[in-house]
Design a protein around this ligand. Sequence first.
Ligand code: ADP
Ligand code: ASP
Ligand code: MG
Length: 447
Amino acid sequence: MKVMKFGGTSVGSPQRMQDVSKLITADGEPRFVVLSAMSGTTNTLVEIADYLYKKNPEGANTVINALEQKYLQHLQELYTTDEWRQRTEDFVRDVFTSLRDMTKGLFTSFEEKVILAQGEILSTNMVNNYMQEQGIKAVLLSALDIVRTDKNAEPDFNYIREKTIAQLEANPGNDVYITQGFICRNAYGEIDNLLRGGSDYTACLIGAAIQAEEIQIWTDIDGMHNNDPRLVEGTEPVRQLYFEEAAELAYFGAKILHPTCIQPAKFAGVPVRLLNTMDPSAPGTIINNRMHRGTIKAVAAKSGITCIAIQSSRMLLASGFLSKVFEIFETYKTSIDVITTSEVGVSVTIDNTTNLSLIVDELKKYGTVTVESNMCIVCVVGDLSSKNVGFETIATDALKQIPVRMISYGGSAHNISFVVAETDKQRTLQALQKTLFAYNDHVRRPS
Ligand code: ADP
Ligand code: ASP
Ligand code: MG
């Protein structure tokens, strides 16, 4: 069975919902379908939660009422029969009544997560009801019964596999199995989520759990581009990526994929295809186990990075120095992305600054600590093994006009990372585009 995930813009209007329903059922094969909230909805739900954190229930209710009107209007356009329109309207009104109820009491991160879950709950119910109206054999499975995270807030894969298979067996003979992306329960059974953009992760977890034939991520662009199309002109789709390459691009900022969604697909060996809902026949990008030798594929950038440098001529060469440094990050559950070392110091980057001041305090026991915020990691991905003599120089050459704070090469055979100031991000990406992909193909070999 194939898994098909449709993102926010792909289900962003009644017309789109009707179009994706056709796409899903086009070849008559059974499908597992993962849907995001309609575009803009999760942001609006975040805004509602924000009003409630700020103890402004009136502000929250104004936003809730406006969102409800929008959804009620969508129902007028989505259904042709009064029966399904009314059934869905009853459901939608209940959702908004429960949101209004939540403005009256105590507000904590628990309530916030319940609010954030409503976008996917609304979209999946709307599409499922539309399919029922169309006579399609569809069933809606609640992601809250399938997807769970463990005590480390990581997906509990064995649980997900067991529950997904059990739900499929309990509902035989359907053509479409629909579930919500993004939302899940945590280890304590509370409603939670897989972080923003998490519907991709749901799709890949389910695809891996059922050993799907393919996981399709349908979005608003024709596959993974060789650079960020929001910042660089002339980017082009990359037709094929190796799992590791896609995982690096996603982790280092290619927004088209959730940062960690490729991992489960990679472990299960299930190919992931990125496709364009607005142009379904475009080839998109296939992500699989095939490695194209001798090619640089794409560039991505991750913002919100903080660099921490620890300098200690006294300590660095003493054995155990690095492990003490890492232990501090481990204690504060802060993962390190990029690391560079020299005889007199070590520099690392982090993106989670929740415990920054505590970390810095402890690091000061071991050396002089400098912190630089507003940095970004720019990551070049492809066959960057040391056997490809000259590949890293093509990338560094592109940046000869840009102050580079850190360079990391050799950590994997697929990545070279540069840390630059956020203010230099766009021109760094543009410079790399020009140097790496100037010949209008996404394959670059050193001459
Ligand atoms: P969805 O709502 O379908 O999950 P997203 O907005 O999360 O869609 O992801 C698609 C968007 O990712 C594209 O519209 C594009 O602007 C952005 N994007 C950033 N980097 C890339 C890239 N390298 N290739 C393709 N799209 C990218
Ligand atoms: N609706 C969620 C978000 O906007 C999840 C997703 O779309 O992937 O982040
Ligand atoms: Mg997304």
